[in-house]
Design a protein around this ligand. Structure first.
Ligand code: SAM
Length: 509
């Protein structure tokens, strides 16, 4: 890279010559930024222009479009070229003073007279602006685009891409013709280099509300590298770009934005990144994760919060089998099983009971499907893990959820666990697989059968498992197993709301 002067870094950041992640130069945080916090405003762009035809419907200086939903501007054309429009005299003056319209006004008058057109394609107009300002020795433009300018252009990589290079050739020639900058081959080379730098560093400035598009280039903002798991994002307002933290950024962290729609699948992201000439090696790309998985990597609680807020309509309609509601509950159950210790195991049990009674039977109708068997096995394990705490009366001391503790205290957890294990064995037999699950269930059942004083319960459950329609066994199952399982499931939505809902942390009692 032939860098001379790097742009100055905004307060709270610094430019590193080599990114810690080997992305070339990069912007690093020198203080902590909270999610949503403004890192910097960039309001002295080198390029800020509407897209080609948009130059007739958007103020060419402040970029307010006539389709603006609030207070749409009345746009008046420059009386000299009749092409560039402005929302008022102040914007017209500022555009002239910046040197931009002073440089291009005569060109648009010519384009209008010779071609009957009021606008030029966006990259051509952008390249003409840069080339004319270079010729006028505009300091900021020389520092960024000059022979040893600060902006990365990936020129050699572009040169190897025949189709793109041919486009740049055409656009370069057009900018030299329209800008009356014709001269040597060297001038065409310079125009193509400018186009490479614009392609690498300019932002597509799309306003979703008004549909107005355009480009924006600020050399400071251009120091920010890409990740599909970004910690920052950019938004635009008129001629300003705001860089904000998307998540907590610590001192020394590289500030990373996504150059593309990071919710798109990997192949689409890679295609969109093709013109930046690098292979993204972010955690999402490395393991081809979807957005939920990548969020879970960093912060499983945020993932579940995001999912739980997404499924509120399904919860209100009690359509528990419709995705992504079951996945939200499953993710929360897994989290409670792996973090939070004994206090959260009853929470995981409640959620697993909801999955087994209200989600999975409707989603996966055949009971012997491996996922349903696994769900019942999880309930058995959670009953087994919490039973000693319930029996010793210690559960109330560790688990804050009085309702759950009460349900478990009134239940025969050992019979419930036995019933789940017998169900697993019946279903594994029907489904013809899962040797590992069968072995584990048999082992746990052996432990339960060796307990003294529960011969009658075991006999009833054995009878029920051998013949699910067995009257006595079925009545026992419904009263001693199914009723408490339903009661446990009944606490689940409250737990989810308290732990992951908008009302925040709580015990869901
Ligand atoms: C807008 S510039 C960012 C600043 C750049 N690193 C520099 O030194 O000027 C975009 C270019 O930076 C490099 N870049 C950005 N993100 C990258 C990443 N995740 N991995 C590798 N290179 C990256 C690529 O060369 C890309 O074309």
């Amino acid at each position: 890279m032939t860098t001379t002067t790097n742009p100055s870094a905004p307060a709270g950041t610094r430019i590193a010559e080599q990114s810690p992640l080997r992305h070339g130069r990069s912007l690093l945080a020198t203080r902590t930024f909270q999610p949503g916090e403004l890192i910097a405003t960039f309001n002295r762009p080198i390029l800020a222009l509407p897209d080609g035809p948009g130059m007739r419907t958007t103020c060419n200086y402040c970029l307010r479009p006539s389709s603006s939903p609030t207070n749409p501007p009345v746009l008046r054309a420059c009386t000299a070229c009749h092409a560039a429009v402005y929302c008022g005299a102040a914007c017209q003056r500022a555009h002239w003073k910046s040197g931009v319209h002073k440089a291009e006004c005569a060109m648009f008058a010519r384009v209008r007279a010779n071609a009957g057109k009021d606008w030029l394609p966006t990259p051509v107009r952008a390249a003409v602006q840069v080339l004319m300002l270079l010729q006028a020795r505009d300091r900021a433009v020389v520092v960024a685009f000059g022979p040893r300018g600060s902006l990365e252009g990936n020129v050699e990589a572009f040169r190897r891409d025949a189709a793109v290079w041919a486009d740049f050739d055409l656009q370069g020639k057009a900018s030299l013709v329209y800008g009356r900058l014709l001269g040597t081959n060297e001038m065409l080379g310079r125009a193509k280099e400018v186009l490479c730098k614009i392609q690498t560093n300019a932002f597509n400035r799309l306003d979703a509300d008004t549909g107005a598009a355009g480009i924006f280039l600020d050399p400071g903002l251009a120091m920010v590298n890409h990740s599909c798991v970004p910690n920052a994002f950019v938004s635009f307002e008129r001629r300003s770009a705001m860089l904000r933290a998307e998540r907590q950024i610590e001192v020394g962290d590289e500030i990373l934005i996504s150059y593309v729609d990071y919710t798109a699948p990997k192949t689409a992201r890679q295609e969109a990144l093709r013109l930046y000439h690098f292979q993204c090696d972010c955690p999402r790309c490395k393991d081809d994760l979807d957005v939920y998985q990548s969020l879970a990597l960093q912060d499983p609680t945020s993932l579940i919060r995001a999912r739980w807020s997404l499924v509120q309509t399904l919860v209100a309609a009690s359509t528990f089998a419709v995705e992504p509601l079951p996945s939200a509950i499953l993710a929360a159950s897994s989290l409670f099983q792996t973090t939070g210790g004994d206090a959260k195991l009853p929470y995981a049990l409640s959620l697993s009971c909801l999955l087994a009674t209200a989600c999975e039977p409707f989603k996966l109708v055949a009971p012997f499907l491996p996922w349903r068997v696994k769900g019942v096995m999880v309930i058995a394990k959670l009953l087994s893990a919490t039973a000693p705490l319930t029996a010793s009366g210690k559960l109330a001391a560790v688990c804050a959820h009085k309702g759950l503790v009460g349900t478990l205290a009134r239940s025969d957890q050992v019979s419930m666990c036995e019933a789940m294990l017998r169900l697993v064995l019946v279903w594994v037999e029907m489904g013809g697989g899962a040797e590992e699950v069968r072995r584990e269930a048999k082992e746990m059942l052996g432990d339960i059968e060796s307990l003294e004083g529960r011969e009658r319960e075991s006999e009833l459950l054995r009878g029920w498992a051998g013949d699910l329609q067995n009257k006595e066994g079925r009545a026992f199952f419904e009263a001693v197993v199914l009723a408490p399982v339903r009661e446990l499931a009944g606490w689940a939505v409250g737990i989810m709301d308290a732990e992951f809902g908008e009302r925040g942390e709580g015990d869901g009692c």
